[in-house]
Write a protein of this length. Structure first.
Length: 326
């Protein structure tokens, strides 16, 4: 087989008489001069492409209720609203590695069972008994404050046998999977898998009642960054760590920054997070993203509990986790 060269010939390249002439010829063979880049590829610290941003549950819930009138779960794979960080020019991600979405399921509805390589989890905001997720054939009930995992390639679908709409927050590492490209997805032949109730505590399920007991028995984290913090799993999933942080009334947490991306969602109480000098007030069900390398701290006048979703395991495994107290 004969090799055919396209673009500038070796003779033309070798005889380029000026840099401008060389650049023109290089562009015909997809080579770029490393000494004349339009922007540097190495820089002293993170450029912080994603800005901090907050989404409020009162608005998302109203929009989900409208979507409930306008689209059903037969047509939509999921009735969800994606938290798009438009400040980063993103049309999908909440941070560079994580995406969050509000989701709602109405009484009598089922969301089809499927599986995918991205890791997913949910934090329940409002639901009454009868709202559930089936993970690999096991039925897990969804009540406010509960956290459920559906890691890489686990089948999962949702249903609502109750009388009230069920609302929750999804968190997934889809932007990371998009970046690395190992995306796989398939629908379950048993579309509306009913599932059996778990015979023993499920490693995929962190009920709020248990979380409250653990938080009450825990002691404040010594650095002061996280208030009193407990972790789900160690970490919960290969790419993503999950924590519940109890903030003491009237006490600021210690300001710090980390290369990890953190998403915070209040489960109880109200307060604010100050990110790079700007205040973001929050209430139950809201989501605040503090992207990589933004200094921040939290405060709550009357005390609060924050759910924290972090890509720390990803950064740590790759050797990129750095933290700095402010
Ligand atoms: Fe899914």
């Amino acid at each position: 087989m004969t090799m055919t060269l396209t673009g500038a010939t070796p003779g033309q390249l070798g005889n380029a008489g000026s840099l401008d002439e060389l650049y023109k010829q290089l562009s015909t063979i997809d080579l770029g001069p490393g000494w004349a880049k339009s922007s540097p590829s190495l820089y002293p610290e993170p450029k912080r492409k994603f800005p901090p941003a907050i989404w409020h549950y009162v608005q998302a819930k109203a929009a989900l209720d409208a979507a409930g009138r306008l689209i059903n779960t037969e047509l939509a794979e999921r009735r969800n609203l994606i938290l798009i960080n438009s400040g980063a020019g993103s049309n999908y991600g909440t941070s560079s590695t994580l995406v969050s979405a509000y989701q709602m399921i109405m009484p009598g509805e089922h969301a089809r069972s499927h599986r995918h390589t991205p890791n997913a989890l949910r934090l329940i905001v409002d639901a009454e008994p009868g709202t559930y997720t089936v993970v690999d054939g096991v039925r897990l009930e969804m009540l406010p404050g509960d956290v459920l995992l559906t890691p890489n390639w686990c089948w999962h679908g949702h249903g609502n046998d109750g009388k009230a709409n069920g609302y929750w927050l999804d968190f997934l590492d889809v932007p990371l999977v998009h970046m690395l490209e190992p995306m796989f997805f398939e629908g379950n032949p048993d579309e509306y898998a009913e599932g059996i109730r778990p015979a023993a505590p499920s490693p995929m399920y962190f009920p709020w009642a248990e979380t409250k007991t653990r938080l009450a028995a825990a002691t404040p984290e010594p650095s002061g960054r996280f208030g009193t913090q407990i972790q789900f799993g160690d970490p919960a999933m290969a790419t993503t760590a999950l924590f519940m942080m109890k903030l003491a009334a009237g006490q600021d947490t210690t300001a710090y920054r980390t290369t990890a991306n953190n998403l915070y969602s209040p489960v109880e109480g109200e307060g604010e997070t100050v990110v790079d000098g700007k205040s973001y007030p929050w209430a139950r069900g809201d989501v605040l993203v503090v992207p990589s390398w933004y200094p921040h701290f939290h405060r709550s006048e009357k005390g609060a509990v924050l759910f924290r979703v972090s890509d720390e395991p990803t950064m740590s495994k790759l050797g990129f986790l750095r933290e700095q107290l402010q």
